[in-house]
Design a protein around this ligand. Structure first.
Ligand code: MN
Length: 129
């Protein structure tokens, strides 16, 4: 049984090294632990084999993008009757219509890049109740 008492452990799915480093530093400074996956395929494997409280999902990635990865996660959840994990898109790729596409894929919210540290923490805390 997954506990939702305190949101702590994050899966960061992001292909860009600098973006990874920035997000990890912000998370660590605010008391979160995180694993990194550099594309959606690796993210999907980590999701299946670990317990996370939240996923931060880049959209544009090689091999498997964030939309496809999110759809796969939602499929696995419903097939296994697993608890629905919160997935936040973190992306520079946000144009009119994208928000609808994100929601349809099963993403819960999105944060536009570039962002400041407090913006990331604020959006994480929004889903933590
Ligand atoms: Mn990317």
């Amino acid at each position: 049984m997954k506990s939702k008492i305190k949101l702590k452990h994050v899966l960061l799915v992001e292909d860009n090294l600098l973006n990874q480093k920035f997000a990890l530093a912000v998370l660590k400074m605010n008391g979160y632990t995180a694993d990194v996956a550099e594309n959606g395929k690796i993210g999907l494997e980590k999701y299946k084999n670990n317990e996370y409280d939240l996923i931060l999902m880049d959209i544009q990635m090689p091999i498997m993008d964030g939309i496809e990865c999110t759809k796969e996660i939602r499929k696995i959840e419903s097939e296994n009757n697993w608890e629905r994990i919160q997935i936040i898109a973190v992306t520079a790729f946000a144009m009119p219509g994208d928000e609808q596409k994100f929601l349809e894929a099963g993403l819960d919210n999105y944060l536009a890049k570039p962002y400041k540290g407090p913006d990331l923490i604020s959006i994480i805390q929004d889903v933590n109740h």
